[in-house]
Every structure is written in C-alpha cells, then in structure tokens.
Ligand binder design. Structure first.
Ligand code: FAD
Length: 386
C-alpha cells in the first residue's frame, strides 16, 4: 500500500513569488512547503537586475521582514538611466542621487535572501510537479516527476509562465508578443570593454530606434547584461545558429548585426564584443485582465497568474506583492480558506490588469518606428505628474 503525504499548504514554484508567500506565512507562524523543479537554489544563474518598486516590491519585503537586508544589497548607482537613439546620441539621462523609489538589486541575491530566510526543509528542490488534479472538497493531489504524490488543502501555483497549476482554474495560455530577445553579456566591462561600459553608464540604458533596440544594465559584478530586442516572427530565433557562440558568418551574432545595420558602431559593438553564449528568449504574455472564477483550494500568483512582457518592469514586483498579499489574506482568515482566497483575488485581479495594460503600452512605446520618442514622451508625462 502506498501512503500519500499531506501538506496543508503546497506552493509549486520557488521563484520570487512563491518564496515571498512562504516567508510571510513563516513570519506569522504558518508552515508551508515549496516545491521547485531546480536541483538547488543555484542550479541556474538568476541573472539580471531588478528595480524594486516602492508601491509593490518594497511593501512585500517589509511584510516579509526582509527590508533592511534588501537595502544592504542594493546596487549603489543602479537607478541611473539613459535613453539613446540608434546613433548613440544621449537624449535623456537620470542620475542616481540615492533618492529614487526604485532601488536595484541582483535577482539572484534577492532570491538567496528569501531562500535563506526560510527554515531548513521548507523548499524541496528537485521536485517538479508534473500533474495536479482536484479531489473534490477543495483538496488537490499533486504528482512529482519522481512519482511521489501528495495531497494538499491549498495548492498555490507560483510556477511561472508555463504553470502546471493554472489549468485547474483557467484555460488561458501565454501567447507570443511578437518580441524576441537575444541576451548578451560583456564581462568585466571597465577593463575589457571600456567603450561599452562608458556608453551604458552605471545603471540602465535603453538605445532605441526602428522598432528595435538594446536594453542594457550594469550588473553588480561589473558586467554589462544586454537584451538585443526586436519585433520578429516567432520562428526567427529558432532559425539562428547559437552554437559556438554563433560567432561565425551566418551565426547568431552575424544575423543579429544584420538587424542593426546603420546603427552606431558603439552600439553594434555590444553584439560584436559579447562574451560567452548568446541566449535566445521569446517574450510571451497572458491576456490582459486574465482572471478565473473562484476555485476551492487553489489559486495562482506571479507569472502563473498574469505573465506580461517586461516593458513596465512590473513582473517581479507583482510576484513579490502577490506572495505577500496572499500570505496576509491567509493569516487574516484563519480556518476560512475560501474567504482568504476571495480577499486575495479581489486585490490580485485589478492590480495585475493595470500592470498588464502598462506593459503593453511600454512595449508599443519601445518598439515604435519613431522610437525613442514615444518613450521619452512617456517619461516627460511621468515628470509632469510628479
Ligand atoms: C527578459 C526578462 C526581463 C525581465 N525584467 C524584469 C524587470 O526588470 N523587472 C521586473 O519586475 N520583472 C522583470 N521580468 C519579469 C520577472 O522575471 C517575472 O515576472 C518574475 O520572475 C515572476 O516571478 P514568479 O515567482 O511568478 O515566477 P518565476 O520567477 O518564473 O519562478 C517560477 C519558479 O517555479 C519553478 N517551476 C516552474 N515549473 C515548475 C514545476 N512544474 N514544478 C516545480 N517548480 C516549477 C521554476 O523553477 C521557478 O523557480 C523580466 C522577465 C523577463 C523574461
């Protein structure tokens, strides 16, 4: 006879959202178990800088009682921002004077902070959920890739874009937004790529034109992390040669350079000089306003609930605040799971709809034929509203 373990609260996915939920519950003395498919917290580089917003991500980190620890890891100077055109002309520069509301942190550092704040054993690594089914009466059964099964009273889908939990509540699936990224890294930039380091500056730099551009960040380790981004058919990335760094004629680098013909040499150098492997990435999104009828015993958070393109910089912030809000709603409604989930979803749905709309507007501004003008206009409006 096989025995099935029971977990009162099972969180599928140990990304920023799932971990924040587990942490907020822990702070209030409630146990939960997080299941993540990765072999260990550092199995995959978590790369990229995230700006953590005052009105969402920072509130979540306070709820998680990790705000001071977060501040200690902020990247000084990281809130600086530049906007260039395709000729590398500087059209806007915001310096980081330390007073902005969106401090930057390395994604991996933030995740480590959350993981290390949880009691040993809270996160089960190497635990990929392969199927989930309703047992009736609000309970669910989850099967892991190694065949292990467990039941739970509350199943939380915090498992990102391609959530295995989402089908329990919704038939929606992410659709390609028409934007493809190629990720590039320039290591030890001050020493090895001084021209590029000077061009990008100390924080974020967007160089835009002709419905495409470079979205670049200075990382805390001194490297430059760049997304070369463009409107492309969904099959385009698959047609490129990413082997041997795609450096040869006809490889990914050459093909990418072809798309930036006529751009300033200093910008084309971001491709030519890239170190290490180039990484292809399609940008997908769920429909704006994605929601579902209340389903007993299960809910979603973060990308599983509202995957959106990254052009409003909200996804990680929403994952953090969703996790914190769900945790608080559960704590506020002890013994009444349905009331807790109803309260959480009443906050979740309108908030993510607004952010998803902003992401679409950000995408349209960045990938406009007259870029960077629409983005500069958008920033000018924000300045006026302040
Ligand atoms: C290129 C790019 C740039 C971005 N830049 C920004 C930015 O600047 N600012 C910002 O706020 N947001 C940004 N985002 C969005 C942000 O990365 C996401 O919104 C955020 O990571 C969502 O967090 P999450 O916890 O919901 O999901 P994820 O971070 O995707 O975490 C999901 C976790 O679930 C695990 N998992 C998945 N499937 C299973 C399974 N079946 N079983 C068990 N575990 C599973 C995964 O291993 C992962 O650890 C960007 C996204 C992209 C693609």
């Amino acid at each position: 006879m096989t025995t099935t373990t029971h977990h009162p609260i099972a969180i599928i996915g140990g990304g920023l959202g799932g971990l924040t939920l587990a942490r907020v519950l822990h702070v209030h003395g409630v146990d939960a178990t997080v299941f993540d498919l990765e072999a260990s917290p550092n199995a995959r580089t978590q790369g990229g800088m995230l700006d953590i917003h005052e009105e969402s991500g920072q509130i979540a980190l306070r709820e998680a009682q990790l705000y001071e620890e977060f501040l200690a890891e902020v990247h000084p100077g990281g809130q600086a921002m530049r906007v260039l055109d395709k000729h590398a002309r500087l059209l806007r520069e915001d310096k980081d004077d330390g007073t902005g509301g969106r401090p930057e942190i390395d994604r991996g550092t933030l995740r480590d902070l959350l993981v290390s704040s949880l009691p040993e054993g809270t996160v089960r690594w190497n635990a990929k959920a392969v199927s989930c089914r309703a047992l009736g009466d609000g309970r669910h059964e989850v099967t892991l890739a190694d065949g292990e099964m467990f039941t739970t009273d509350l199943l939380v889908g915090a498992d990102g874009a391609w959530s295995r939990v989402r089908p329990l509540v919704s038939a929606a699936t992410p659709a390609y937004t028409g934007i493809s990224f190629v990720e590039l890294d320039l290591f030890d930039a001050e020493k090895r790529h001084p021209g590029s380091a000077e061009l990008i500056g100390g924080g974020m730099c967007l160089a835009l034109g002709d419905e495409k551009g470079f979205l670049a960040h200075r990382e805390t380790d001194g490297s430059l992390h760049i997304y070369a981004a463009l409107r492309a058919d969904e099959t385009w990335l698959g047609s490129l040669d990413f082997s041997e760094q795609g450096a040869g004629a006809g490889g990914a680098k050459a093909e990418l350079l072809r798309h930036f013909d006529g751009w300033a040499p200093a910008l084309r150098d971001l491709i030519t000089e890239a170190d290490g492997p180039l990484v292809p990435r399609h940008i997908h999104a769920l429909p704006i306003g994605h929601r579902w009828p209340r389903v007993p015993g299960t809910t979603l958070l973060g990308d599983a609930a509202h995957l959106m393109s990254p052009f409003a910089g909200e996804g990680a912030n929403l994952a953090l605040i969703d996790g914190a809000d769900l945790g608080r709603c559960l704590v506020d409604h002890p013994g009444d799971l349905d009331a807790a989930l109803t309260a959480y979803e009443a906050i979740l749905f309108p908030r993510s709809e607004v952010a998803a709309q902003e992401s679409v507007e950000g995408l349209d501004a960045i990938f406009d034929a007259s870029a960077p003008k629409p983005l500069l206009d958008m920033f000018a409006q924000f300045d006026e509203a302040r």
